[in-house]
Design a protein around this ligand. Structure first.
Ligand code: NAP
Length: 317
């Protein structure tokens, strides 16, 4: 394992927050090291067209946008390590030790930008059906459901987007939502409800998956959330679009979280309770959760880290 020299800034995470933090830290001559982890590029790499990132009036594909983020950070001197961080030691103050599978980095300051991951229902045999008809990413898996019948679960913007996207492949898309109204934005709801290939099952939740574990999913048993009535439905695929959980496993015993599990930072700042440790992007934001807000908070984290380093005896090298 290489034991790198002490770095001014180590960044964990490679979504809009991580790469923006890297860009700003690199342009401040801090020579940041960024671990890009298991999903380089973050959640935008599993989406199709991004229409709400400013500066792209015609829209831009998520993976293409993240490629540009990465290139821009590297152009100014970010060192990228393509491996997941396995452990972090924050207990002994700076320099913090950050270990990947082959790289051990020491960090005068640490920026956490690990984002969030798709939520699952937590039902029996869920892991057995994953990839065998069950998916949490329509943009990744829709292709496999050409002319098939699928359910999409959820009532937020993700569910609207995934259901609409799936109509390009599937013969029938049914949105299963546990309440009688959506929480998605009006424009996304209107787009969905105007799509003739989409049906909606209101007030329904999945009680269990149908099929033999380890084999293909056959459908689902639904429960009416108002009457309790149970019904069985045969479908070829089920796409979960029920939100995300912050990726805090590495840090949650060392840093405070809010009741939803998101890392806590000082109000209006990215500084955590540990001096020299900053958190930005979706891992600390359960409210906005947008690429542009994540990027903005990545910029804040780099600026805060730079100022913090300047205040330390000896500053930064
Ligand atoms: P979300 O807004 O939190 O919506 C999650 C949905 O899943 C809700 O409708 C919720 O039902 C349902 N749900 C949660 N847990 C469930 C469970 N155990 N069983 C059944 N249903 C469950 O999450 P999101 O749609 O992923 O959106 C997250 C953020 O990203 C939002 O701020 C959204 O605006 C943004 N986003 C934007 C775009 C875009 O603009 N293009 C696209 C995607 C996401 P209830 O409504 O009953 O709580």
């Amino acid at each position: 394992m290489s034991d790198a020299a002490v770095r001014n800034v180590v960044i964990v995470g490679a979504g809009p927050a991580g790469f923006t933090a890297a860009l700003y830290a690199a342009r401040a001559n801090l020579r940041p090291l960024l671990f890009e982890g298991p999903q380089p590029g973050g959640q935008l790499t599993i989406t199709t067209e991004v229409e709400n990132y400013p500066g792209f009036p015609e829209g831009v594909m998520g993976p293409e946008l993240m490629k540009k983020f990465r290139e821009q950070a590297v152009r100014f001197g970010t060192d990228v390590v393509s491996e997941a961080v396995l452990s972090v030691d924050l207990a002994h103050g700076a320099p913090f030790r950050v270990s990947g599978s082959s790289v051990l980095a020491q960090a005068r300051s640490l920026i956490i930008a690990t984002g969030a991951s798709a939520r699952l229902l937590g039902l029996a045999d869920e892991d057995q059906f994953m990839g065998r008809g069950l998916s949490a990413c329509a943009t990744c898996d829709a292709f496999f459901f050409r002319n098939k019948r699928v359910f999409v679960v959820g009532g937020g913007d993700s569910a609207m987007e995934e259901a609409n996207f799936l109509t390009k492949f599937a013969s029938e898309v049914t949105l299963v939502h546990r309440r009688s109204s959506f929480r998605a934005s009006k424009i996304m709801q209107d787009r969905l409800l105007a799509n003739p290939k989409v049906k909606v099952l209101w007030n329904q939740e999945i009680e269990s998956y149908l099929g033999e574990p380890g084999k293909r999913l056959r459908g689902a048993r639904l429960r009416d959330t108002t009457t309790g009535a149970i019904s069985e439905h045969t479908v070829d695929g089920i796409f979960l679009a029920i939100g995300h959980d912050p990726n805090t496993n590495l840090f949650k015993t060392m840093l405070a979280t809010d009741p939803k599990g998101y890392l806590l930072t000082k109000p209006g700042r990215t500084a955590t309770e540990i001096p020299g440790v900053f958190a930005c992007g979706d891992v600390q934001d359960s409210y906005y959760r947008q690429a542009v807000t994540a990027a903005g908070s990545g910029c804040m984290a780099a600026i805060e880290a730079e100022r913090w380093l300047d205040e330390q005896p000896g500053g930064h090298d």
